[in-house]
Design a protein around this ligand. Structure first.
Ligand code: ATR
Length: 491
C-alpha cells in the first residue's frame, strides 16, 4: 500500500518546495493543480522524483477550480501528454479523457461530502465501467458503520481501488486502508495542509499508527470513547506492539452508541478495546461476560475478545493501587504496606470506584469524600467503606489521599481538590490527574514534605494491564511511559 501526499500550495514556489519535502517520505504525490493560482505543469512534472497524480478538481466536487470546464479538462489532457503517472478525474468527466493515454493511468473518482451512499458496490461498478484503471471512492462518514461498508467494498474489489471515509468518524478508514487492500491512503504533509476533512498528517500515519506495518492479518485494537481525538493511548499501545513485533494496530473509535458499535464490531477483526468516558458503565450491558472485580466496581475499562465472546475487565483498580504501594515500599522497605492504612478518596465517579475497590482489596481503611454526598454514600455502600461530607475532607484522619476527581486537570490547572493547609509531612498524595503531569495538588504536597505519586503511573499501569490481557505478553512499561511523557510534553 502506498501513502499519497497531496500538494495544496497556492504558488509554484511553495508547490515545488512541498513536492520535494513530501517526496522524501511519500510513495506518491498528488498535484492539486486546482489549488494553484497559476501553474506550470511542465515544470512540476519535470521536477518530480516520485510518481504523481495530477488532479484538477472543480468546486462542486470539493476542489478549488473556478475557471471553465474546458480549461480544467485541457490541463488534465496536458498532464497525459506530458506522461504523468496518474490523472484523477471524476466519474462524470471520465468520458472526456482521451482513449489513448500512453503510460498514464486513469483514476476515476467519486466524492460525497454528505454521506456514504447505501449501494457502494453498484457505484464501484459504474466507476469501473467508466474506464478506470483505479477506482476511487471518498465519502463522508456519518457513523463508524460507514467505514465497515467501505472495508467490505475494498475486500470485494476486483481492480485497484482507493476507498475511504472523510471526516472525524472516517479516520479509522484512512489508517486501516492497508489492512483492507486500498491502493493508497492519503496523508497531509503537515497540519493545515489537508486536502480533505479527517486527513491525518504523514507523521501521525507513520509514527503513531505505523501504517506501513499494517497487513491484512493485523489485528485491530482501539479506544472507544467520546471524545477520543486527544487520547494518548494510540501512541503507547502502537509503540508497544511495534516493540514486541506484534501484528496489530490500535485506533481511536469515536463512539456515541456503544451497543450499536459492539454489534457492528463483532463481525470485524477487532480483538480488544480500551473503554473510556462516557461508556465505562453503559458498555456492561452489551458484553457476554464480566470479570468479578469489574462487576463489583461497576465499570469496565477493558474489553477482550476470546473467540466470539466479548469479556469485560477493569484494570484500573490494580493500576491505582500498585504505584502507591511501590512508592511507599521504596521509602519504607516494607511489604504489604497498605494494610490498615487510612485512605481518603476524593470523588465518587468511575476512577474513584476503581480506587476504592483496589485499596479496600489490599486491606486499607477507605473513606469516600465527594462533592455530591449521594454519590459518596452509594459508592461507600457498594464497596463497604465509610464516607464523609466533602467539606470534612481536611478533618478526616488519613495516611493516603487519592484525588479521583477531575479537579486540577488542564485547563483548570490552578485548582486543587485538597487545600494545602491540610497537607502535612509524611502524608502520601496520589493524584489520578496526569494532565498536567504536576498538578497543583502534587506541587503543594511536595512542598510540604508529602510522598507524591503521579497519575501518569496509574495511566501506564492500567494500559499495561490491558495490553497484557490482550496479548498475554508482558507489556514494555518503560517504553510506554517514555512515549506517554514525550507525547504529553509536546501536547
Ligand atoms: P470518572 O469516571 O473519570 O471518575 P466522573 O464520573 O465524571 O468521572 O467523576 C468525576 C468526579 O469528579 C466526581 O466525583 C465529581 O463530583 P460529583 O459527583 O459531585 O460530580 C468530581 N468533581 C468534578 N468537578 C468537581 C469540583 N469542581 N469539585 C469537586 N468535585 C468535582
Amino acid at each position: 500500500m502506498m501513502i499519497c501526499v497531496p500538494i495544496v500550495a497556492t504558488t509554484m514556489e511553495q508547490a515545488l518546495r512541498d513536492m520535494r519535502e513530501a517526496s522524501a517520505r511519500a510513495d506518491i504525490i498528488e498535484l492539486r493543480i486546482d489549488y494553484l493560482h497559476s501553474n506550470d505543469l511542465g515544470r512540476l512534472l519535470a521536477e518530480r522524483s516520485r510518481p504523481v497524480i495530477v488532479t484538477n478538481r472543480r468546486q462542486e466536487d470539493g476542489g478549488k477550480h473556478t475557471g471553465t470546464e474546458e480549461a480544467r479538462l485541457s490541463l488534465l489532457r496536458e498532464a497525459i501528454r506530458l506522461g504523468a503517472e496518474y490523472v484523477d478525474v471524476e466519474v462524470h468527466s471520465a468520458a472526456k479523457m482521451p482513449a489513448e493515454r500512453g503510460r498514464t493511468k486513469l483514476i476515476v473518482s467519486h466524492h460525497d461530502f454528505n454521506e456514504t451512499p447505501k449501494d457502494l458496490p453498484s457505484l464501484w461498478t459504474r466507476i469501473s465501467e467508466a474506464g478506470a484503471d483505479v477506482v476511487k471512492i471518498a465519502t463522508h462518514a456519518r457513523d463508524l458503520g460507514d467505514n465497515l461498508r467501505v472495508f467490505d467494498l475494498l475486500a470485494s474489489s476486483t481492480a485497484p481501488t482507493v476507498a475511504f471515509c472523510m471526516g472525524e468518524l472516517g479516520i479509522i478508514s484512512r489508517i486501516l486502508a492497508p489492512k483492507y487492500g486500498s491502493f493508497y491512503t492519503f496523508a497531509s504533509l503537515r497540519k493545515g495542509s489537508e486536502s480533505a476533512p479527517g486527513q491525518l498528517t504523514l507523521d501521525e500515519m507513520e509514527h503513531i499508527y505505523r501504517v506501513r506495518r499494517i497487513r491484512p492479518a493485523s489485528r485491530i485494537y482501539g479506544v472507544m470513547g467520546d471524545p477520543v481525538a486527544h487520547s494518548i493511548s494510540p501512541h503507547i499501545h502502537n509503540c508497544a506492539f511495534e516493540h514486541l513485533n506484534i501484528e496489530a494496530v490500535y485506533v481511536p473509535f469515536m463512539v456515541e452508541d456503544p451497543g450499536r458499535f459492539l454489534r457492528e464490531l463483532r463481525s470485524q477483526d477487532v480483538w480488544g478495546l480500551s473503554v473510556t468516558i462516557p461508556h465505562k458503565q453503559a458498555i456492561m450491558a452489551e458484553l457476554d461476560e464480566i470479570e468479578s472485580a469489574a462487576n463489583l466496581i461497576g465499570a469496565v475499562n477493558t474489553v477482550v475478545r476470546r473467540e466470539d465472546r466479548l469479556i469485560g475487565f477493569n484494570t484500573e483498580w490494580r493500576a491505582s493501587v500498585e504505584p502507591v504501594e511501590r512508592a511507599i515500599a521504596a521509602r519504607t522497605g516494607r511489604r504489604e504496606v497498605l494494610k490498615d492504612m487510612r485512605v481518603s478518596i476524593l470523588g465518587a465517579g468511575g476512577a474513584a470506584r476503581a480506587a476504592a475497590y483496589g485499596f479496600g482489596a489490599h486491606g486499607a481503611k477507605v473513606t469516600i469524600l465527594n462533592r455530591t454526598a449521594e454519590r459518596a454514600k452509594a459508592l461507600a455502600k457498594d464497596v463497604r467503606c465509610k464516607w464523609h461530607p466533602w467539606e470534612e475532607r481536611g478533618a478526616v484522619p488519613a495516611d493516603i489521599i487519592v484525588n479521583a476527581t477531575s479537579v486540577g486537570m488542564s485547563p483548570h490547572v490552578d485548582e486543587t481538590p485538597y487545600p494545602a493547609e491540610y497537607l502535612r509531612e509524611g502524608l502520601v498524595v496520589f493524584d489520578i490527574v496526569y494532565n498536567p503531569l504536576q498538578t497543583r495538588l502534587l506541587r503543594e504536597a511536595e512542598g510540604r514534605g508529602c510522598l507524591t505519586v503521579s497519575g501518569l503511573e496509574m495511566f501506564i499501569a492500567q494500559a499495561a494491564g490491558q495490553f497484557e490481557l490482550w496479548t498475554q505478553t508482558k507489556a514494555p512499561e518503560d517504553l510506554m511511559r517514555r512515549t506517554a511523557l514525550a507525547q504529553l510534553a509536546t501536547g
